[in-house]
Design a protein around this ligand. Structure first.
Ligand SMILES: *[C@@H]1O[C@H](CO)[C@@H](O)[C@H](O)[C@H]1NC(C)=O
Ligand SMILES: *[C@@H]1O[C@H](CO)[C@@H](O)[C@H](O)[C@H]1NC(C)=O
Ligand SMILES: *[C@@H]1O[C@H](CO)[C@@H](O)[C@H](O)[C@H]1NC(C)=O
Ligand SMILES: *[C@@H]1O[C@H](CO)[C@@H](O)[C@H](O)[C@H]1NC(C)=O
Ligand SMILES: *[C@@H]1O[C@H](CO)[C@@H](O)[C@H](O)[C@H]1NC(C)=O
Ligand SMILES: *[C@@H]1O[C@H](CO)[C@@H](O)[C@H](O)[C@H]1NC(C)=O
Ligand SMILES: *[C@@H]1O[C@H](CO)[C@@H](O)[C@H](O)[C@H]1NC(C)=O
Ligand SMILES: *[C@@H]1O[C@H](CO)[C@@H](O)[C@H](O)[C@H]1NC(C)=O
Ligand SMILES: *[C@@H]1O[C@H](CO)[C@@H](O)[C@H](O)[C@H]1NC(C)=O
Ligand SMILES: *[C@@H]1O[C@H](CO)[C@@H](O)[C@H](O)[C@H]1NC(C)=O
Ligand SMILES: *[C@@H]1O[C@H](CO)[C@@H](O)[C@H](O)[C@H]1NC(C)=O
Ligand SMILES: *[C@@H]1O[C@H](CO)[C@@H](O)[C@H](O)[C@H]1NC(C)=O
Length: 685
């Protein structure tokens, strides 16, 4: 009798195992016990507490995490369509720079778990440029995208989309969830907090639902309810998993838990938070001991630090460290600057950029107007190196550089005091509807000035100073409308961060030389590249990238180059000039702009050569002759690579990488026909 029950029980277990295998379901609230059932590839790895890290903040990597066994999604013997399925997972996206995420990840159902031929960045590790959109891909994906790729018509930089064989989503919405009373609440994915997602496919009605919540319980209303028949997409056996990628900008993408079910709704998961993973190379046991020991130490230290802090606060004076005295006399007291800017009042705010806020101030003692730039920096050590460097660079004096008067450090804040430039930055006078339209003479004077300032930085001093962030908003205009370069050396701040092993590309989208993302090393050549873009901007009165424009007109340089080849270069000249400009000078500046923007770093002129061309002391190389004039445009073709934009994923970024983030409004015009009062062909230089 007993034997009979044992056999029955074993049979029950056996049948259960079979049926569970057939039903295809799994539940991982943490992956530490998942073993080989989850395959990780690319940058994906298991980190602390059994969390899958699809990517870390290394640039241009992709990571894949797939369930190790193929899942049967339909029965080809009798064509009853795709089975229903349901999945839930928790994820977190922690960007390298706050609010600048990249690129995203996707829940994926694909015929293979070997996607080693896919590309990172905007392709999310799912496709490459050749197979994008091909119906033979048989890929269904739900993308969680934190970058707006214009190439794929993305709606914003925080959306969820339904993708079929392509990253051009068939349907996408900004991320949000519905509360009990059906109120829509927005969710920012790159906030770093844990978010749960549910994806349910109902095969009878052919509907896919996507639901999001920052909580454990599933909202009643889905965010997406999209009508879709997956029969033609799915093969009989498919792999399910996740694919994430990073580009020039990077986020760590984490999957914290995952459940999948083909016979009912997938169980929801707990909402663990991503622990701080800064030092994850220790063994868990060691961590526990270290934690308990260090906890008491930290407590003690906390008390000591708090009392020191309180004592200091009572005294309320500027704490000047020894190293600051060594750096020298440029130091201002915090009190003086606070007074000068009326307590850093918002009314005194001149602007804000990637580095910090800029306030207008008046120094009573010396009776001069100043601009005070306030920068926060998390690393004390980095700040110290940076201050000594900025103080030494700040000794540079040239009539086309914005003079640095001095600096001040207040805890983690660095305050830089510059001469006040009454006419603001160049971009305000070029784009949109400027109050004051700069005449051609003024523009030509400004570019000549900036070129000479750049030449001084590169060659005029005992060491080469690379500006790294030349752009219209970093060119300031003084009382006589002289162009002066500001913020030189500031980009170095990012080099003095805590992690010296990573090279970050610093600069602004549209001004970045193509070799920069590859080498990560700024050179005088990359400065010249950015200057070339600036030249084109000044002549065309247009931003380097116009997100509103279509095709060729999107990237200023490509557009100018195109017009040049068509022999219609006059079309690009700013219509706000109303035809009042010196043709010879304008063509020189345009040519020089294209030459500086060459793809090949070695083909670009040096800053000194640029000055000589602009001053008319040298004539531009003859291969640069207008194509319709000499017919010899081949040389120039080699000179300037046509599609810079296609050589890397700049187009997939929606804003500055580091720098002013003020370029989000719409810009006006683009001339399409030649101006009637100007000769179009036969232009001579
Ligand atoms: C791995 O998957 C197999 C088959 O689905 C299952 O029997 C086994 O329990 C799983 N192992 C783990 C550790 O999840
Ligand atoms: C990312 O992971 C790779 C390999 O695991 C490692 O070499 C790299 O240093 C990591 N990058 C960061 C920014 O932690
Ligand atoms: C589908 O075919 C299987 C055998 O291949 C059979 O057992 C099942 O009843 C069929 N289902 C339907 C709905 O015809
Ligand atoms: C994955 O695919 C690549 C090429 O597509 C191939 O070289 C490699 O062997 C495959 N790996 C596995 C584990 O199948
Ligand atoms: C994992 O990646 C390596 C190369 O990065 C590739 O050779 C291998 O085929 C991949 N395996 C799978 C299962 O994708
Ligand atoms: C789609 O992929 C198939 C097989 O990989 C290939 O033969 C075909 O040319 C591709 N079609 C397109 C439009 O890329
Ligand atoms: C999805 O979009 C692609 C083009 O972007 C289109 O070819 C395809 O038919 C769409 N599929 C569905 C089911 O709407
Ligand atoms: C719905 O609930 C939220 C709080 O959960 C509340 O702020 C909101 O006013 C409510 N809306 C309606 C229409 O009741
Ligand atoms: C939520 O996001 C949408 C789209 O991004 C936006 O239009 C709306 O103003 C946001 N709502 C709130 C309350 O922030
Ligand atoms: C999908 O959402 C709709 C409401 O929009 C609901 O009626 C339906 O039952 C949902 N389907 C699944 C499979 O969750
Ligand atoms: C989905 O498409 C398949 C094949 O195209 C078809 O047989 C099936 O009836 C469709 N399902 C629904 C619900 O329309
Ligand atoms: C799958 O659905 C069945 C039926 O609703 C349920 O009993 C089971 O717990 C679910 N499994 C998972 C892993 O969600």
């Amino acid at each position: 009798m007993f034997k009979f029950f044992v056999v029955l029980f074993a049979l029950f277990l056996f049948l259960n195992a079979i049926s569970s295998a057939q039903r295809d379901e799994f539940f991982y609230d943490g992956f530490s016990k998942a073993g080989n059932n989850i395959t990780l590839n690319g940058s994906a790895k298991l980190v602390k507490d059994g969390i899958i890290q699809l990517t870390n903040t290394t640039n241009r990597v992709m990571g894949h995490a797939f369930y190790g066994f193929p899942i049967r999604f339909k029965n080809s013997a009798n064509d009853t369509g795709v089975f229903s399925f349901s999945t839930a997972f928790t994820f977190a996206t922690v960007p390298e720079f706050k609010s600048l995420g990249g690129h995203g990840f996707a829940f994926t159902v694909s015929p293979s778990n070997n996607l080693s031929w896919a590309l990172p960045s905007q392709y999310l590790g799912l496709f490459n440029s050749i197979n994008m959109g091909n119906f033979t891909n048989h890929v269904f994906a739900v993308e969680f995208d934190t970058v707006q790729d214009f190439e794929f018509n993305d709606i914003n930089d925080n959306h969820i989309g339904i993708d079929l064989n392509s990253l051009v989503s068939n349907f996408s919405v900004p991320v949000a969830y519905f509360t009990e009373n059906s109120t829509k609440v927005n969710v920012t994915m790159k906030s770093g907090s844990t978010i749960q997602a549910w994806i349910d496919y109902d095969s009878a009605n052919c509907i896919v639902n996507v639901t999001i919540s920052p909580f454990r319980s599933k909202p009643k209303l889905p965010l997406i309810s999209y009508s879709l028949n997956l029969s033609t997409i799915f093969l009989e056996h498919m792999f399910v998993g996740f694919s994430g990628s990073t580009g020039l900008l990077a986020s760590s993408h984490y999957i914290l838990g995952w459940s999948f079910n083909m016979s009912g709704p997938a169980q929801s998961l707990s909402m663990a938070a991503v622990p701080s993973l800064a030092s994850s190379s220790h063994k868990p046991g060691a961590i526990l001991i270290a934690l308990s020991v260090s906890f008491s130490l930290v407590l003690l230290l906390g008390i000591v630090i708090t009392s020191i802090y309180l004592v200091r606060k009572i005294k309320n004076r500027d704490i000047v460290e020894e190293w600051e005295r060594r750096i020298g006399p440029h130091r201002y007291s915090y009190k003086e600057l606070k007074h000068a800017t009326k307590g850093f009042r918002d009314k005194e705010l001149l602007g804000r950029g990637g580095f910090g806020r800029v306030y207008k101030g008046f120094l009573q003692k010396s009776g001069v107007h100043v601009a005070v730039k306030r920068i926060s920096h998390e690393s004390r050590q980095g700040l110290r190196e940076f201050v000594s460097e900025i103080a030494s660079i700040g000794r540079l004096r040239h009539r086309n550089l914005v003079p640095l008067f001095g600096w001040c450090r207040r805890r983690g804040d660095l305050l830089l005091v510059y001469e006040y430039m009454p006419n603001g930055s160049l971009d305000k006078h070029l784009f949109d509807e400027p109050k004051l339209v700069l005449s051609w003479e003024q523009r030509f004077k400004i570019v000549k000035g900036v070129a000479s300032g750049l030449c001084y930085l590169h060659e005029g001093w005992e060491q080469v100073v690379i500006h790294r962030d030349i752009k219209a908003s970093n060119v300031l205009l003084d009382g006589e409308l002289n162009g002066r370069l500001g913020d030189f050396g500031l980009a170095r701040l990012h080099d003095h961060g805590s992690n010296l092993s990573t090279t970050r590309v610093v600069g602004t989208l549209g001004y970045l030389a193509p070799e920069l993302p590859r080498t990560g090393k700024a050179t005088t050549c990359s400065d010249v590249f950015a200057f070339g873009t600036l030249l084109l901007e000044v002549v065309c009165g247009r931003r380097p990238i116009e997100p509103e424009a279509q095709g060729e007109e999107l990237v200023l340089m490509d557009w100018v180059w195109d017009k040049w080849r068509q022999g219609r270069i006059v079309d690009v000249i700013d219509p706000k000039l109303q035809g009042r400009f010196n043709m010879k000078e304008a063509v020189i500046v345009l040519k020089l702009g294209l030459m500086c923007s060459s793809d090949k770093a070695t083909a670009r002129p040096t800053a000194r050569q640029v000055v000589r061309y602009l001053e008319g002391e040298a004539t531009l190389p003859s291969v640069l002759g207008l194509p319709n004039e000499s017919g010899d445009s081949e040389g120039f073709e080699d000179f300037v690579h046509t599609m810079v934009s296609s050589s890397y994923d700049l187009m997939s970024l929606n804003s500055d990488i580091v720098g002013d983030a003020s370029s989000d409004n719409a810009y006006g015009f683009l001339p399409t026909s030649p101006l009637p009062f100007l000769p179009v062909r036969g232009v001579t230089t």
